[in-house]
Design a binder for this molecule. Structure first.
Ligand code: ACO
Length: 174
Protein backbone atom coordinates (compact mmCIF):
# COMPACT_ATOMS: atom_id res chain seq x y z
CA UNK A 1 0.00 0.00 0.00
CA UNK A 2 1.26 3.49 -0.85
CA UNK A 3 2.40 5.60 2.13
CA UNK A 4 2.22 8.80 0.08
CA UNK A 5 1.32 12.00 1.97
CA UNK A 6 -0.53 14.49 -0.29
CA UNK A 7 0.40 18.18 -0.33
CA UNK A 8 -2.73 19.24 1.57
CA UNK A 9 -1.61 17.18 4.60
CA UNK A 10 1.80 18.86 4.76
CA UNK A 11 3.19 22.16 6.06
CA UNK A 12 4.93 23.25 2.85
CA UNK A 13 7.80 25.74 2.66
CA UNK A 14 5.99 27.75 -0.05
CA UNK A 15 2.86 27.44 -2.17
CA UNK A 16 2.72 24.36 -4.40
CA UNK A 17 1.14 26.64 -7.04
CA UNK A 18 4.70 27.66 -7.94
CA UNK A 19 5.55 24.14 -9.10
CA UNK A 20 5.50 24.03 -12.92
CA UNK A 21 2.41 22.17 -14.21
CA UNK A 22 4.47 21.17 -17.25
CA UNK A 23 7.16 19.54 -15.09
CA UNK A 24 4.48 17.78 -13.03
CA UNK A 25 2.87 16.35 -16.14
CA UNK A 26 6.21 15.03 -17.44
CA UNK A 27 7.15 13.21 -14.24
CA UNK A 28 6.63 9.45 -13.94
CA UNK A 29 3.37 8.76 -12.02
CA UNK A 30 5.38 6.91 -9.31
CA UNK A 31 6.94 10.19 -8.15
CA UNK A 32 5.67 13.59 -7.04
CA UNK A 33 7.35 17.02 -7.03
CA UNK A 34 6.53 19.57 -4.33
CA UNK A 35 8.01 22.22 -2.00
CA UNK A 36 10.02 20.94 0.99
CA UNK A 37 7.75 20.10 3.95
CA UNK A 38 8.29 20.57 7.70
CA UNK A 39 8.23 16.78 8.26
CA UNK A 40 10.70 15.96 5.46
CA UNK A 41 13.46 15.30 8.00
CA UNK A 42 11.78 11.88 8.29
CA UNK A 43 11.65 11.35 4.52
CA UNK A 44 15.42 11.00 4.03
CA UNK A 45 16.02 14.64 3.12
CA UNK A 46 19.56 14.62 4.56
CA UNK A 47 20.37 11.19 3.14
CA UNK A 48 19.63 12.44 -0.38
CA UNK A 49 21.65 15.64 0.21
CA UNK A 50 24.61 13.49 1.31
CA UNK A 51 24.89 12.31 -2.31
CA UNK A 52 26.16 15.83 -2.99
CA UNK A 53 28.45 16.61 -0.06
CA UNK A 54 29.20 16.08 3.61
CA UNK A 55 26.01 16.23 5.66
CA UNK A 56 26.01 16.28 9.45
CA UNK A 57 22.67 15.31 10.98
CA UNK A 58 21.72 18.12 13.40
CA UNK A 59 18.65 16.24 14.72
CA UNK A 60 15.01 16.92 13.90
CA UNK A 61 14.52 19.96 16.18
CA UNK A 62 17.51 21.83 14.71
CA UNK A 63 16.50 20.81 11.17
CA UNK A 64 13.02 22.24 11.73
CA UNK A 65 14.47 25.41 13.30
CA UNK A 66 16.52 25.90 10.12
CA UNK A 67 13.35 25.37 8.04
CA UNK A 68 11.55 28.09 10.03
CA UNK A 69 14.49 30.53 9.92
CA UNK A 70 14.81 30.13 6.14
CA UNK A 71 11.06 30.43 5.57
CA UNK A 72 10.96 33.63 7.66
CA UNK A 73 13.00 35.35 4.92
CA UNK A 74 10.14 36.28 2.56
CA UNK A 75 10.35 35.15 -1.08
CA UNK A 76 14.01 34.15 -0.74
CA UNK A 77 14.35 30.34 -0.59
CA UNK A 78 12.44 27.85 -2.72
CA UNK A 79 13.53 24.33 -1.74
CA UNK A 80 11.83 21.52 -3.65
CA UNK A 81 11.82 17.73 -3.41
CA UNK A 82 10.79 14.76 -5.52
CA UNK A 83 9.12 12.02 -3.47
CA UNK A 84 8.73 8.35 -4.33
CA UNK A 85 5.01 7.76 -3.77
CA UNK A 86 5.33 4.09 -2.75
CA UNK A 87 7.79 4.73 0.10
CA UNK A 88 6.93 8.42 0.75
CA UNK A 89 10.71 9.03 0.80
CA UNK A 90 12.59 11.81 -0.95
CA UNK A 91 14.60 10.79 -4.02
CA UNK A 92 15.65 14.20 -5.32
CA UNK A 93 16.23 17.71 -3.93
CA UNK A 94 17.09 21.22 -5.10
CA UNK A 95 16.78 24.84 -4.09
CA UNK A 96 16.66 28.23 -5.79
CA UNK A 97 17.75 31.20 -3.71
CA UNK A 98 16.52 34.61 -4.88
CA UNK A 99 19.05 37.44 -4.60
CA UNK A 100 17.64 40.97 -4.79
CA UNK A 101 19.78 43.68 -6.39
CA UNK A 102 19.92 47.46 -6.73
CA UNK A 103 20.94 47.19 -10.39
CA UNK A 104 18.81 46.28 -13.41
CA UNK A 105 15.85 48.22 -12.06
CA UNK A 106 15.97 46.49 -8.67
CA UNK A 107 16.27 43.15 -10.46
CA UNK A 108 16.64 39.69 -8.96
CA UNK A 109 18.86 36.72 -9.74
CA UNK A 110 17.97 33.08 -9.04
CA UNK A 111 20.81 30.93 -7.69
CA UNK A 112 20.26 27.20 -8.11
CA UNK A 113 21.84 25.30 -5.22
CA UNK A 114 22.14 21.86 -3.66
CA UNK A 115 20.91 19.57 -6.40
CA UNK A 116 21.01 15.88 -5.56
CA UNK A 117 19.29 12.73 -6.78
CA UNK A 118 19.39 9.44 -4.84
CA UNK A 119 22.06 7.17 -6.37
CA UNK A 120 19.52 4.45 -7.19
CA UNK A 121 17.28 6.93 -9.00
CA UNK A 122 19.87 8.74 -11.13
CA UNK A 123 19.52 8.65 -14.91
CA UNK A 124 15.70 8.83 -14.84
CA UNK A 125 15.45 12.55 -15.66
CA UNK A 126 14.68 13.51 -12.07
CA UNK A 127 17.65 15.92 -11.99
CA UNK A 128 16.45 17.48 -15.23
CA UNK A 129 12.92 17.96 -13.82
CA UNK A 130 14.32 19.54 -10.64
CA UNK A 131 16.30 22.07 -12.69
CA UNK A 132 13.28 22.79 -14.91
CA UNK A 133 11.08 23.30 -11.84
CA UNK A 134 13.59 25.62 -10.13
CA UNK A 135 14.11 27.63 -13.33
CA UNK A 136 10.32 27.98 -13.66
CA UNK A 137 10.13 29.37 -10.10
CA UNK A 138 13.02 31.77 -10.71
CA UNK A 139 11.52 33.05 -13.97
CA UNK A 140 8.00 33.33 -12.52
CA UNK A 141 9.34 35.44 -9.67
CA UNK A 142 10.82 37.69 -12.36
CA UNK A 143 14.54 36.95 -12.08
CA UNK A 144 16.41 38.30 -15.11
CA UNK A 145 18.79 35.32 -14.97
CA UNK A 146 19.21 31.99 -13.19
CA UNK A 147 22.75 30.80 -12.43
CA UNK A 148 24.61 28.00 -10.67
CA UNK A 149 28.09 26.65 -9.93
CA UNK A 150 29.05 23.10 -10.82
CA UNK A 151 31.99 20.76 -11.41
CA UNK A 152 33.33 20.17 -14.91
CA UNK A 153 31.83 16.66 -14.72
CA UNK A 154 28.34 18.10 -14.35
CA UNK A 155 28.59 20.59 -17.23
CA UNK A 156 27.01 18.14 -19.75
CA UNK A 157 24.07 17.60 -17.37
CA UNK A 158 23.39 21.33 -17.05
CA UNK A 159 23.76 21.79 -20.80
CA UNK A 160 21.02 19.17 -21.22
CA UNK A 161 18.95 21.37 -18.88
CA UNK A 162 19.44 24.37 -21.20
CA UNK A 163 22.25 26.12 -19.29
CA UNK A 164 25.48 27.43 -20.85
CA UNK A 165 28.96 27.86 -19.37
CA UNK A 166 29.64 31.52 -18.61
CA UNK A 167 32.59 33.07 -16.73
CA UNK A 168 34.35 31.40 -13.77
CA UNK A 169 33.71 30.65 -10.15
CA UNK A 170 36.05 31.92 -7.41
CA UNK A 171 35.95 30.49 -3.89
CA UNK A 172 37.66 31.05 -0.54
CA UNK A 173 36.84 28.53 2.12
CA UNK A 174 37.09 29.66 5.76
N1 ACO B 1 27.60 13.73 -17.65
C1 ACO B 1 26.97 13.72 -18.85
N2 ACO B 1 25.61 13.70 -18.97
C2 ACO B 1 24.89 13.65 -17.85
C3 ACO B 1 25.48 13.63 -16.56
C4 ACO B 1 26.89 13.69 -16.49
N3 ACO B 1 27.55 13.74 -15.31
N4 ACO B 1 24.50 13.57 -15.63
C5 ACO B 1 23.33 13.54 -16.33
N5 ACO B 1 23.57 13.60 -17.65
C6 ACO B 1 22.60 13.63 -18.75
C7 ACO B 1 21.74 12.39 -18.76
O1 ACO B 1 22.36 11.35 -19.50
C8 ACO B 1 20.47 12.91 -19.44
O2 ACO B 1 20.71 13.00 -20.83
P1 ACO B 1 19.59 12.54 -21.92
O3 ACO B 1 18.46 13.55 -21.78
O4 ACO B 1 20.29 12.62 -23.21
O5 ACO B 1 19.17 11.17 -21.53
C9 ACO B 1 20.35 14.34 -18.92
O6 ACO B 1 21.68 14.71 -18.51
C10 ACO B 1 19.43 14.46 -17.72
O7 ACO B 1 19.91 13.61 -16.70
P2 ACO B 1 19.03 13.15 -15.46
O8 ACO B 1 18.60 11.74 -15.61
O9 ACO B 1 17.97 14.15 -15.20
O10 ACO B 1 20.13 13.23 -14.32
P3 ACO B 1 20.01 12.71 -12.82
O11 ACO B 1 18.60 12.55 -12.39
O12 ACO B 1 20.91 11.53 -12.66
O13 ACO B 1 20.62 13.94 -11.99
C11 ACO B 1 22.60 14.86 -11.02
C12 ACO B 1 21.88 14.49 -12.32
C13 ACO B 1 21.74 15.82 -10.19
C14 ACO B 1 23.92 15.56 -11.36
C15 ACO B 1 22.84 13.55 -10.21
O14 ACO B 1 23.70 12.71 -10.95
C16 ACO B 1 23.45 13.75 -8.84
O15 ACO B 1 22.73 13.88 -7.85
N6 ACO B 1 24.79 13.77 -8.74
C17 ACO B 1 25.49 13.89 -7.46
C18 ACO B 1 25.31 15.27 -6.81
C19 ACO B 1 25.67 16.41 -7.76
O16 ACO B 1 26.71 16.40 -8.40
N7 ACO B 1 24.77 17.42 -7.82
C20 ACO B 1 24.93 18.61 -8.64
C21 ACO B 1 25.80 19.61 -7.94
S1 ACO B 1 25.82 21.22 -8.71
C22 ACO B 1 24.63 22.14 -7.89
O17 ACO B 1 24.09 21.69 -6.91
C23 ACO B 1 24.25 23.50 -8.42
Amino acid sequence: MSKFTPDNKLDLFFSADLISPNVKSQLHPDVHIRPLALTDYHRDHLAVLSVLTVVTDPGEAAWQEQFHVMRAAPQTYYPIVIVDKQSDKIVGVGNVFIERKFLRGLGSVGHIEDIAVDKNQQGKKLGLRIIEALTYISENIGCYKTILNCSDANIPFYEKCGYQKKENEMAKYA
